[in-house]
Design a protein around this ligand. Sequence first.
Ligand SMILES: Nc1ncnc2c1ncn2[C@@H]1O[C@H](COP(=O)(O)OP(=O)(O)OP(=O)(O)O)[C@@H](O)[C@H]1O
Ligand code: NI
Length: 337
Amino acid sequence: MTAENVLRALDAVSAGRAEDAVLSVRDLSVRFRLRGGRTVEAVSDADFDLGAGECLALVGESGCGKSVLASALLGLLPGNAETSGTALLADPDGAAQTDLIAADEKTLARTVRGRRVGLVPQSPAAHLTPVRTVRSQLEETVRALTGTSRRARRKAAEDAAERAAFPAGHLDRYPHELSGGLAQRAATALALIGDARLLLADEPTTGLDRDLVDRTVDELRRHADDGRALLLITHDLAAAARIADRVAVMYAGRIVEIAPAHRFFGPAGPRHPYARGLLDALPDRAFTPIPGMPPELSALPEGCAFAPRCPLATELCSNRPEFTANLACHHPEHPRA
Ligand SMILES: Nc1ncnc2c1ncn2[C@@H]1O[C@H](COP(=O)(O)OP(=O)(O)OP(=O)(O)O)[C@@H](O)[C@H]1O
Ligand code: NI
């Protein structure tokens, strides 16, 4: 086998198998209509599966569409959004699937959000109820989901706080009495207590110092190890390296590469030049930033959106590369030896 084929075979082994998928996303696109007829192509043709027990890290520069993708899966987009494609969520008994994109608001509110799909939101302060203490929000979530006894609820709330490194002594505080980092941990505790089969964690470690970052992502990893699926949206490549099974790299609204984490962070490295650029920008690697800026999502070029910044671009790149075999690039790099 050529090096190329070996790589493909290895990738196939570590990729989530479709039949175990908790979530299967196909051709998911989100565009926002702006006044004056302009549109923002926030997410274009996203394709990925997420299996039980698996952590997929979604990485990419600010504004590339990561949070919009997560919001689309929960039906939390504003009125000017147009969504297409499918996102099939497996039912717990495995009998049927729910298309999160086609589901109506009633279904999403009653059976999906918080129950089957949990969210650690990017701005936790906005998602915590301002008039209730952290303890009462945690206990209320347990009550709504399981209706267990008061004592059991209290214990579940304290356990979830502990798992999210939220100090027990702060449970009786109101959200406005919390620092950003504590609000973050309260939101993580709330997401963990819901015990959903699919957890979307959108920058769950913002504002935390390294120890707490490690502790939080390790807890999320344990959650996945118990058979749930985890989509970890993060700028923190070290956190992704620590817990992800696979890494999806997003650029200007498109997923441009999905690679097993051991290859992505290992000696072989990713294949898309943008993904390589992200790694090379890290202080403990080459510390060389990618030149230039991402394009406006309201004025995307016709071809590869990364071409203007890409060291390998040729005239071929004026055609948009298809996303095939987990890669969208005309000039993928060969594995580094
Ligand atoms: N309601 C909206 N109307 C128009 N454009 C929007 C709307 N919401 C988000 N966008 C645009 O969609 C794009 C993607 O935003 P998104 O929040 O998903 O980025 P992100 O990858 O999560 O960035 P970050 O890492 O900073 O959180 C941005 O260009 C943003 O301005
Ligand atoms: Ni975001």
